[in-house]
Design a protein around this ligand. Structure first.
Ligand code: HT7
Ligand code: ZN
Length: 875
């Protein structure tokens, strides 16, 4: 593999008129015949040779306009095949053999249990056949699949089925036609013995669309929630964006072997079964939420991604940022908007901010990549969604909708760029987004410094704003960005006050910072006020504003923006934590101030007003989140110290609130059958948060966990209790874990949870237990869900036990990464990224992490996926 640069982008010199695929499935191999009708583009390089991508393909024959080519008539290398002499218009037929059974990378065509399925994004189609495997080459597809009828009764591809054939030797074939021209990354094929759940959806203009969810037979009864979610998503996209589905069939296939969450192949989504299968006895509220949002995300791609696709992979955020924004809005409408926003921002800070501050930092529209699979990142997805959200804020909802309409009117059926999207928004809204475009090009999280000046005599308040954008690898001295800042003010007694800004009286303002520094002046401020800035997290920046405990307590209790209530709680916790860290380092005794405790006590006392929000506010930052907090302030992370200080802080907060937590636990017990609905979800969250706090008390803690486990009647409650039990002594958890294992040994997804709770245990011997569990008959390094459940959960979800001072956690991870390098580099690369933050740690952790990275780098023939990450981490 070689580096790819955005600046080198050139359109393809040929036009692909149509693609015909004939896929013949046999015992250990699959033969793929591709029929490509092509024409040289007159506006291109008329001398250019024809290059088709192709990797790991065994050539059986190549025909140009019906003539079998001799091997000297083309040139094959590791990347593909080149033809130096092709006519202006021609038909090229290639026949190749591939081996899905040995494809452990799960990219291209691979075996997943008893079925065969594909994953082509980003550059996997080239492992199926020779092809211009780039998203700006689109064609209508005609696909014929042939296989043994008993082993593979179900044969699926994109579009509509047009023909069935019965063949000799118990074989059969099905033909599929996809009338919408598409790039190769949206191709899909599935063959297997699958159960099918059917339903239908009537579109706004009265067409009936057949909906079908395919699973293994034993899971056929677990698709209802996915089906309901799909219909909700279809309705929502019609209501909110006026977008209807376009084919006669919408199919979803669930597989246990999948590298990511799901894939939006045209008309035939392929899903990690984790995001399809659910019932109350086996799935948690989190699982139900995940399914609803991923089903919606993939469905929304039909317009933002498929009908309008990307010109090249540098534009990935064009479809991903926009589709994440759409799925976020959908979930906000279906569930609780404030909780959704809080959770998304929390995840942005935990995943994207560190990425933006680390060795893999890249802009939302990256400039270069070695391995495209490494750029399916929090930056492209989640920061990309924040950019769309800022455009939404800057233009307003109606203009945003007009911008979307214009975007589709201009670009339907085309492969376009992020710039095309911004231009459509600009043209439809009349807003000037010229400076805003920098967000797509500049990496790094801006720091927004705010100071206030109150002239009591004049009744005038001035906000001084300044932005600093940190240097990132390859980018220095950046230009100021456009930062939309939703702003309001509160009196000390919690009233939102009416102020005068540029002659206009209002209770909320949208301030837009466009330069490095700017001051905003408000009049009519006769009493002291508390500013509430960046409401709803209106820009992905780090806000630095000196508010004292009293002011934060006002916002925590009274802010009319639920997000900023939560944010005030966070600021309070973070400030207290930093103070405790300083005390700890200076050898002073640590004290949690009474007014901090009182502020949180008030939240708990009033929890019944908004249980969902209270649960978010009272859910304290994890150790991992605290590492990031320190790293952002350039304080080297000492995992032992973070653990000790956090435990001290939690104890100090738990003690005075004990009876309140007991009351809350009882008050949140729900009666009746499990229903996945917002009100019940938030009660269960608050109940299980109570249990978390109650479990901390040394003498009574385990009793609470046992009681909760006994009366748990849905998986949400069972997992909450089991996770807490797993932190206790061997005797405490062994019995529960054994019972759980016996009950669910047959259910792969539930067993993932079983592996995960043990990997997340705070017990001292967790690393040894994780190593032991690798030998469990149900564990497999070849299954990404298992790797994530055990190794991923341990290394990224259990920082205290992973970051051992002796480096044993890192050495363990390094060996797993080397193993994955030979099996599944995509998953291996995600695992090794956990070490990217090594420079933010204190010694000896820092050197031990570096040592693990160097050990990995020593391996010869390292995959491009892992090499790119390791090289950048060590650069
Ligand atoms: N667009 C899909 C991305 C995806 C993917 C990328 C690389 C390797 C495997 C993959 N599986 C799915 C998923 C999405 O964003 O909807
Ligand atoms: Zn997506």
């Amino acid at each position: 593999a070689e580096m790819h640069y955005l600046k080198d982008y050139r359109p393809f010199d040929f036009e692909l008129k149509s693609t015909g695929l004939d896929v013949s499935i046999h015992g250990t191999f699959v033969d793929v015949t591709a029929r490509l009708v092509m024409e040289r583009r007159q506006d291109g390089d008329v001398q250019a040779p024809l290059f088709l991508h192709g990797e790991d393909l065994e050539i059986l024959g190549i025909w140009l306009d019906g003539r079998l080519l001799a091997p000297r008539e083309f040139l094959q290398d590791g990347q593909g095949v080149t033809f130096f002499d092709v006519p202006v218009s021609f038909e090229l037929v290639t026949k190749v053999r591939i081996f899905p059974d040995t494809n452990t990378a799960l990219e291209g065509l691979y075996r997943a249990g008893s079925m065969l399925c594909t994953q082509c994004e980003a550059e996997g189609f080239r492992k199926i056949t020779f092809y211009p495997d780039r998203p700006d080459v689109m064609a209508p597809f005609h696909v014929r699949i042939e296989a043994d009828r008993s082993l593979f009764p179900v044969l699926l591809s994109n579009g509509n089925p047009v023909k069935n054939e019965t063949l000799p030797g118990n074989r059969h074939a099905v033909c599929w036609e996809d009338p919408f021209p598409k790039p190769s990354y949206l191709f899909a094929l599935v063959a297997g013995d699958l159960a099918c759940q059917k339903d239908f959806f009537r579109t706004a203009d009265g067409r009936d669309v057949q909906l079908a969810i395919y699973t293994e037979h034993e899971n056929a009864n677990q698709c209802e929630h996915a089906m309901v979610s799909l219909k909700k998503a279809m309705t929502w996209d019609e209501d909110v964006f006026g977008l209807s589905y376009d084919l006669d069939m919408y199919m979803i296939v669930a597989t246990n072997d999948f590298n990511m969450g799901a894939m939006e192949n045209k008309g035939l989504n392929i899903f990690n079964s984790k995001y399809v299968l659910a019932r109350p006895e086996t799935a948690t509220d989190g699982d139900f939420e995940g399914i609803e949002s991923v089903i919606a995300h993939e469905y929304f791609h039909n317009w933002t991604g498929n009908r309008v696709t990307v010109k090249n992979w540098f534009q990935l955020s064009l479809k991903e940022g926009l589709t994440v924004f759409r799925d976020q809005q959908f979930t906000a409408d279906m569930q609780s908007a404030s909780v959704k926003r809080i959770q998304d921002v929390r995840s942005l800070r935990a995943r994207q901010f560190p990425e933006d501050a680390g060795p893999m930092a890249h802009s939302v529209r990256p400039e270069a990549y070695l391995e495209m699979n490494n750029f399916y990142t929090a930056t492209v997805y989640d920061k990309g969604a924040e950019l769309i959200r800022m455009i939404h804020t800057l233009t307003g909802p109606e203009n945003f909708r007009s911008g979307m309409d214009l975007y589709f009117a201009r670009h339907d059926g085309k492969a376009v760029t992020c710039e095309d999207f911004v231009a459509a928004m600009e043209d439809a809204s009349g807003a000037d987004l010229s400076l805003f475009r920098l967000w797509y090009a500049q990496a790094g999280t801006p720091v927004l410094h705010v100071t206030t000046d109150w002239d009591e005599g004049k009744g005038r308040l001035t906000l001084h704003l300044r932005q600093d954008i940190p240097d990132t690898p390859g980018q220095k001295n950046k230009k100021p960005m456009v930062i939309p800042i939703r702003t309001a003010f509160f009196s000390r007694s919690g009233e939102q006050v009416l102020l005068d800004y540029r002659g206009k009286k209002d209770k909320e303002f949208l301030l837009v910072l466009r330069s490095k520094e700017e001051s905003f002046v408000f009049d009519g401020v006769s009493l002291p006020v508390v500013p509430s800035l960046l409401r709803g997290f209106s820009a992905p920046v780090r806000l630095r504003i000196p508010l004292n405990t009293e002011e934060l307590a006002v916002l925590l209790a009274w802010d009319s923006d639920p997000f900023n209530r939560w944010e005030a709680g966070r600021m309070l916790v973070e400030r207290t934590f930093r103070q405790l860290v300083e005390d700890h380092r200076a050898g002073r005794s640590m004290v949690v101030p009474e007014d901090v405790i009182a502020a949180f006590q008030a939240v708990l006392e009033n929890a019944d007003q908004d249980p969902a929000l209270a649960a978010e506010i009272l859910n304290m930052p994890s150790e991992g989140e605290l590492y990031h907090l320190l790293a952002a302030e350039k304080i080297a992370v000492n995992p032992l110290m973070v653990h000790e200080v956090r435990e001290f802080f939690l104890d100090a907060l738990a003690r005075p609130l004990k009876t309140l937590w007991e009351r809350t636990w009882y008050a949140c017990r729900t009666q009746g059958a499990y229903v996945f609905r917002a009100a019940d979800v938030s009660k269960r969250r608050l109940k299980n948060l109570s249990l978390f706090w109650l479990s901390r008390f040394p003498d009574t803690g385990f009793g609470w966990v046992e009681r909760a486990a006994e009366e748990a009647s849905c998986m949400t409650d069972r997992m909450a209790a089991l996770q807490l039990a797993a932190h206790f002594h061997e005797e405490g958890s062994r019995r529960m874990l054994l019972d759980f294992e016996r009950e669910f040994a047959q259910d792969a997804l539930v067993m993932d949870k079983w592996f995960q709770v043990q990997a997340l245990s705070r017990r001292e011997n967790t690393l040894a237990r994780v190593e032991e569990l690798m030998g469990h008959p149900l564990f497999s390094m070849k299954n990404p869900n298992k790797v994530r459940a055990l190794i991923g959960a341990f290394a990224s979800g259990n920082p205290f036990r992973f970051h051992r001072k002796d480096g044993a956690g890192y050495a363990f991870l390094a060996e797993r990464v080397l193993e994955l390098d030979g099996l599944n580099p995509q998953v291996g690369s995600r695992m090794v990224s956990i070490l990217n933050a090594w420079k933010t740690f204190e010694e000896p952790w820092r050197s031990e992490m570096k040592k693990a990275l160097m050990h990995i780098r020593k391996k010869e023939g390292l995959s491009s996926d892992i090499r790119e990450v390791v090289d950048r981490a060590l650069a």
